[in-house]
Design a protein around this ligand. Structure first.
Ligand code: PBG
Length: 328
């Protein structure tokens, strides 16, 4: 400092005008980096609102096709499809049937958008089981890892036949990526990729998702999803998934786990995705509805922060809205 009184170095200079701030901005969010998660419900003729996620719906097949077309038009990276079957059972039969709602929705999305965006599908049983767990249960009610893997392999083939570009195993069963990769390769689906939910935490912020997929889960997923206390464990999960053949890895949730996003980004050279989940969406929407925060600014800051932490791709319920905003 000159004479000990005034600073010679003034970081504020680079913040003086919007143009200079824009020029030196380190991070951007582009439509191609955004993925829209979508819920498609069997038997609906009209989209149905999800009360805990204002602005998000369970789609009918028809409204889902429109949303996919719009997403492609907006230049989104892709869509992540979830199926909500009319009938659920203990083993999630609807997940492996070619006419199950998720597989039908994948076909619809490919018919609508072709290769204009990446069609991704959630590969997990919780939307399809009557108990709401991500796998099948043993006689004493525990989630049976290896019996579940056999069903995941069948699910992978059904989704690949339907035309999904990338499969998103999200059940956190040990070995799921390897089993899926092997099943795909064995059936000739060598170009179908795997976006592994590699580091997925047992989070309270999935709350609204339960309503979105009409889940009847009682209890929690702590025997298969990670403890939010653990950071290093995420690197172990990610390394395993990459070794098993994951083409991309995901960290989920995003906002409370930005340190994990950053450390995963530094540890691997495959693309890293982060999922800005239901509860993160609903918190911003609820606070904005009360007038407590500026909605548009909070959405922009949320997406930017996830990108800044190191995510190449962000799954967010605001994907289409945000891409439309960028276009103006
Ligand atoms: C499991 C799955 C979940 C989400 C995506 N895939 C629920 C869970 O693990 O409990 C949550 C997505 C969100 O909350 O937005 N199939």
């Amino acid at each position: 400092m000159r004479d000990g009184a005034f600073p010679e170095i003034r970081p504020r200079r680079l913040r003086t005008t919007p143009a200079i701030r824009r020029m030196v901005s380190e991070t951007s969010v582009e439509p191609r980096q955004l993925v829209l998660p979508m819920f498609v419900a069997e038997g609906l003729t009209q989209p149905r609102e999800i009360s805990s996620m204002p602005g998000v719906v369970q789609h009918s097949r028809e409204s889902a096709r429109k949303a996919v077309a719009e997403a492609a038009e907006l230049g989104l990276g892709g869509v992540m499809l979830f199926g909500v079957p009319e009938h659920k059972d203990a083993t999630g039969t609807g997940a492996v049937a070619d006419d199950g709602i998720l597989n039908v929705a994948i076909r619809d999305a490919r018919t609508e958008a072709g290769d204009a965006l990446v069609v991704m599908s959630d590969l997990c049983l919780d939307e399809f089981t009557d108990h709401g767990h991500c796998g099948v249960l043993t006689a004493d009610g525990r989630v049976d890892n290896d019996a579940t893997l056999e069903i995941y392999a069948e699910m992978a083939l059904a989704q690949a036949r339907a035309g999904a570009h990338l499969l998103g195993p999200s059940g956190m069963m040990d070995g799921q990526v390897g089993v899926i990769r092997k099943a795909l390769d064995g059936a000739g689906f060598t170009d179908t990729g795997v976006l592994a939910y590699a580091a997925k935490y047992a989070s309270a912020f999935y709350g609204p998702f339960r309503e979105a997929v009409s889940s009847s889960l009682e209890g929690d997923r702590r025997t298969y999803q990670q403890d939010p206390a653990n950071g290093r464990e995420a690197l172990r999960e990610v390394a395993l998934d990459v070794a098993e053949g994951a083409d991309m890895v995901m960290v989920k949730p995003a906002m409370g786990f930005l340190d994990v996003v950053a450390s995963v980004r530094a540890a691997v050279d495959v693309p890293v995705a982060a999922y800005n989940i239901s509860g993160e969406y609903s918190m911003v929407e609820a606070a904005a509805a009360k007038g407590w925060i500026d909605r548009d600014a909070a959405i922009a800051e949320t997406l930017l922060s996830i990108r800044r932490a190191g995510a190449d791709v962000v799954l967010t319920y605001w994907a289409s809205e945000y891409a439309a905003r960028l276009a103006h």
